[in-house]
Every structure is written in C-alpha cells, then in structure tokens.
Design a protein around this ligand. Structure first.
Ligand code: IMP
Ligand code: MG
Length: 180
C-alpha cells in the first residue's frame, strides 16, 4: 500500500444530514408504498443502513454482491454476480443503494439486469457521484453528493479493503503527490 493519509472531504455531520434528507424525500416520493432496498455490497452497506432509518415507510432489505469479470472494474462493463438477491423483485418498488457511481459501467449493467426481473419500479440511489468520470450513461434518481475526481473512502468505501468504517467521507492523498 502506497504511503498516504486521509483528508476529510465531507464531515460526519454533513453526510448524516444529507442521508436524512434523502430518506425524507424517499418517504414523500413513495408514500403509501413499501420500498425494497437493494444494497450493493460491500460499499453500499453503511449508507443503506443509515438511509433505511430515515425512511418512514414499510421497508424491506436485500443484498447482492457483484464483481467485474477479470477483476478489473475499469476495463470491463460486464459484472458477475458473486452473491445474488434472496428475494424476487417482481412487483416491488425497488431502490438500488450504492456507495458511488464512477464510470457508471457497473450500475448500468446491474440496472438492466434487475429490470429484467420485473420490479414495479426501479430507481437508483447513490451516496456519491463522480460525474467527471462517467463513460456509461446511468440514470440516478437520488444523489447524496457530487465529488471531484479524487479517490474517496469512508462510509462504506474502501482503499484496499480498509477505511469502510470511517463515519465521514475522506480523500486519500498519496504523500508523494503532495505539493504537486
Ligand atoms: P463504476 O466505475 O461506476 O462501475 O464503479 C465501480 C466501483 O468502483 C464502485 O462501486 C466503487 O466500489 C468503486 N469506486 C469508484 N470510485 C471509488 C473511490 O473513489 N473510492 C473507492 N471506491 C471507488
Ligand atoms: Mg461499489
């Protein structure tokens, strides 16, 4: 692992406040319905748990885990299901909860795949969006924050599997880059 440190980009208070707002918006938008949250592991897990607490409707949850073929997310748009959902999506109001939309490749593939399972509705909710990096169009209904093209960690996002537990969003600053 390269020498680095983590700089706070979005504080715990900012993140929590924004998640509460999204939860309230979802509560309004889906009034009278049950929402079925689909968490994309592992990154979406912290966001989904916090979000679910702020949705004042009946909520059910499911989890899935995907990885790109060959292990290189950047070069491949095809995702492999590592862990599939436990429940069918048919007839449900499904909200896919992700940590970040970067190139958009993973999500656009995943959303197409889930659409085939005939949910009543299918929307995407992401904590972070890096619009500068988008190569594949993907429709995002709820976005927590737009972030610049930097490597971010915390609130579910990792660098080499660590930092997921940070209660804020941090930027990984590689020490040799500093002062550049
Ligand atoms: P995609 O490029 O939109 O397909 O995003 C693929 C995945 O890359 C995301 O779901 C994240 O798990 C990961 N990712 C993208 N940008 C970052 C980042 O800045 N920090 C940590 N993980 C990231
Ligand atoms: Mg992810």
């Amino acid at each position: 692992m390269l020498k680095h440190h983590v700089k706070v980009l979005l504080t715990e208070q900012e993140v929590d406040k924004r998640i509460q707002e999204i939860g309230e918006q979802i509560t309004k938008d889906f009034a009278g319905k049950t929402v079925h949250l689909v968490c994309v592991l592992k990154g979406g897990s912290f966001f989904m748990c916090e979000l679910a607490k702020h949705i004042d409707l009946p909520v059910s949850l499911d989890f899935m885990s995907v990885s790109s073929y060959g292990g290189d997310t950047k070069s491949s748009g095809v995702v492999k299901i590592v862990k599939d959902l436990d429940e069918p999506l048919q007839g449900k109001d499904v909200i896919v909860v992700e940590d970040i939309v970067d190139s958009g490749r993973t999500l656009s593939y995943l959303m197409e795949m889930l659409k085939d399972r005939r949910p009543a509705s299918l929307t995407l909710c992401t904590l972070l969006d890096k619009p500068d990096r988008r190569v594949t169009d993907v429709e995002v209904k709820y976005t927590g924050f737009k972030v610049p093209d930097v490597f971010v960690v915390g609130y579910g996002l990792d660098y080499d599997q660590i930092y997921r537990n940070l209660p804020y969003i941090g930027e990984v600053v590689f020490d040799e880059e500093e002062g550049k």
